[in-house]
Design a protein around this ligand. Structure first.
Ligand SMILES: [Fe+2]
Length: 665
């Protein structure tokens, strides 16, 4: 339906409707036709306003893409609903919060119980939302649905101005609908004449600095109305330094950057080692820093916004590579973090490195809530990797794009940072940017899609400062042990002779293969995958492959790692879709590529860390040697002689694929 033939009808639509005033068209169409019409109108307006045909194609694709990938949960459209108080008055209704420790304020990470009492008639449509800050406008909002069509919703109802952090149906409590938790509210003599029902829901709450209220709605997510609001509850210390994560600043292994979040803007400190300390530089971003477009106004700038507080960053220097240090961060006035132990990575040029790598992880709620964007595998994958990190055997981590999937719903960055804390606070957490961090209409991204929800890389770069040359040029290289990593942005211009193209070529050409014999190239969008995507939204951009693949061959890249497609796949040594060499089995039956006689890069797609998995097509690509659609990550061990890569299934913790690249002559 949306194939190449769609272009001509759009031109016809353009000619036939532009003479009519749009409001007239909107009010005269029946509802279903109106929705379809408005969808096409959005695409049409975008097409009319853009001059290049490739731009139009991208927007058309992205809008359909967003329908598929952002509108999958009815909860995700709740911001569309015109909220009113429900009809009727129930004087018994109460929504109260009880935290685990009985305090009146919230701790940094806890499960709170929301008690709903006094319900006269329990309904499957009753639900509770966690809303923050409590003074958010959750009643009505000016109707302007067309500007939010990108979320995939075609409702003509007014918008809710602020999106809930998360929500649960009250029926999650099995005692609710059958009224097992009865209370008598009125007696006549000894006889109860007014019985009410109740329920209890558990919400996982982390310190997001702004106070919280829980709101009981009726009418389901489709036609919600407000039944009752709880009193607001605040965090005990909204300035608490939290979510510290570390990254390498260079290839020496002697300095580590710590980045954390606090509600306080005054500089804080990291104290580490034996009495060393470093002050933080402080940054933040505001709604004005989010990007938007007159074509597509973004969630980030509007109903998805949540104040990020202040992001502190300090560099610990004077460390030794491959060593452990304890540290804490904060200040006497706002408090201190727990003491954490970090491990510095090995210096570039040293012999050994063990690292984990994956893409497309995101986060998922730890309670039974729904939230804006859930990546179901993220929790089990994080747990499996945290166990590895705590064993002390891991030197560093590479997360190559599609990081949190906050996509314009900013509070979800806090939940993501909380989820990865056990990993990222202990070993170098290096990242690459993906479409869900960067892409937006009119923002300079290669792909003109709304995938970042208007973030346009600003939260990503603030939370994950990498050793890049400049703002919004998120490419860099780093050496750890025997490996040189060249990390690129597939979302920024990579075309021949572009700045990034010149950089990646120069960077790879300059690698001293006697000190770092292994050259690993990493970016988000793949060059090879047997999950082709939709005809209108292919997984592989041939232009990207045509421009950049020759550099991989010319610079003798050993291994190319990509995400974006949500599964694991490994190729032969491949170039221009032809196997230039096949691995042979070693004595343990492990596929072994001999790069003493280099032929071409081995590609691996590793986007299986959290997002709902993709299946494989049945086509028999000769270059595809291993396909696994399971949640997991890769663990790689490099010496100067060999690079061993294993795919770990997060559930079973078993190695489901392994391969070696050797340099034995
Ligand atoms: Fe992606």
């Amino acid at each position: 339906m949306f194939g190449a033939s769609t272009h001509t009808p759009f031109i016809i639509i353009k000619k036939s409707i532009t003479s009519l005033p749009l409001p007239f068209l909107f009010i005269t169409m029946p509802t279903a036709a109106f929705r379809v019409f408005r969808f096409f109108m959005l695409v049409f307006i975008i097409i009319v306003k853009t001059s290049s045909s490739s731009l139009s194609e991208s927007l058309l694709r992205s809008t359909i893409h967003l329908r598929n990938h952002t509108a999958i949960s009815e909860f995700r459209l709740v911001n569309r609903r015109h909220l009113i108080n429900c009809p009727g008055n129930n004087p018994f209704l109460q929504v109260n919060i009880s935290s685990v420790d009985g305090h009146t304020t919230l701790s940094d990470d806890e499960y709170v119980t929301v008690n709903i009492t006094g319900v006269l008639l329990p309904s499957t449509g009753d639900w509770v939302a966690m809303i923050s800050p409590s003074h958010s406008n959750v009643k009505t909002c000016i109707e302007n649905a067309i500007k939010y069509e990108q979320t995939g919703d075609f409702s003509s109802l007014p918008l809710l101005c602020h999106y809930p952090v998360k929500a649960q149906y009250v029926s999650n409590d099995p005692d609710y609908l059958n009224c097992s938790k009865k209370e008598c509210k009125k007696y006549e003599g000894r006889k109860c004449v007014k019985t009410t029902c109740g329920a209890s829901l558990s919400f996982h709450v982390i310190n997001i600095r702004t106070d919280i209220e829980f709101v009981l709605f009726g009418g389901g997510f489709q036609t919600p109305c407000i039944l009752k609001r709880s009193l607001p509850v605040a965090f005990a210390n909204p300035n608490k330094p939290l979510y510290g994560h570390i990254s390498s600043t260079d290839s020496t292994g002697t300095s580590m950057r710590l980045t954390w979040v606090s509600g306080d803007e005054k500089p804080q400190q990291v104290q580490y080692g034996n009495g060393q300390k470093a002050s933080s530089s402080v940054s933040t971003f505001s709604q004005a820093d989010m990007c938007t477009s007159s074509l597509l106004e973004s969630p980030a700038i509007d109903f998805g916004w949540h104040d990020p507080g202040y992001i502190h960053s300090a560099v610990m220097t004077g460390l030794n590579p491959s060593s452990t240090y304890s540290y804490k961060y904060g200040s006497d006035s706002v408090g201190w973090s727990d003491e954490v132990t970090l491990r510095t990575p090995p210096a570039g040029g040293s012999n050994e490195l063990t690292f984990l790598a994956y893409g497309d992880m995101g986060k998922a709620p730890l309670d039974s809530s729904v939230e804006h964007y859930i990546q179901p595998g993220s929790v089990s994958v994080t747990k499996a990797m945290a166990d590895e990190v705590s064993s002390g055997s891991i030197d560093s981590i590479f997360h190559i794009g599609d990081i949190s999937y906050a996509t314009g719903f900013l509070v979800e960055w806090d939940f993501f940072l909380n989820l990865i804390s056990p990993l990222a606070s202990q070993v170098s957490y290096m990242t690459a940017i993906g479409n869900h961090e960067r892409d937006y209409v009119d923002s300079g991204s290669v792909y003109i899609t709304p995938d970042s929800g208007g973030e346009c890389g600003v939260p990503y770069e603030t939370y994950f400062p990498m050793p890049t040359a400049a703002q919004d040029k998120p490419w860099y290289s780093i050496e750890q042990g025997s490996v040189h990593f060249t990390v690129i942005s597939t979302e920024h211009n990579w075309s021949v002779n572009s700045e990034q193209y010149e950089w990646m070529n120069k960077d790879m050409a300059a690698v001293d293969r006697t000190t770092t014999p292994w050259l690993i190239f990493a970016g988000h969008r793949p060059m090879y995958t047997s999950s082709p995507g939709l005809p209108i939204l292919p997984s592989v951009d041939r232009d990207f492959v045509d421009a950049v693949e020759p550099l991989l061959l010319a610079n003798k890249v050993d291994l190319a790692l990509f995400g974006h497609v949500h599964n694991y796949e490994r190729t032969c040594a491949v170039y221009q879709q032809e196997c230039k060499a096949m691995p042979t089995k070693d004595r343990n039956g492990v596929d072994t590529y001999n790069n003493a006689n280099y032929s071409a890069p081995v590609h691996a797609v590793i986007g299986m860390a959290g997002f709902t998995l993709d299946s494989f097509s049945t086509n028999d690509n000769s270059w595809s040697l291993c396909r696994i659609s399971q949640f997991g990550y890769i663990r790689a061990h490099a010496t100067k002689e060999e690079l061993i890569v294993e795919f770990i299934d997060a559930e079973s913790r078993k190695v489901d694929d392994s391969f070696r690249i050797t340099r034995y002559s």
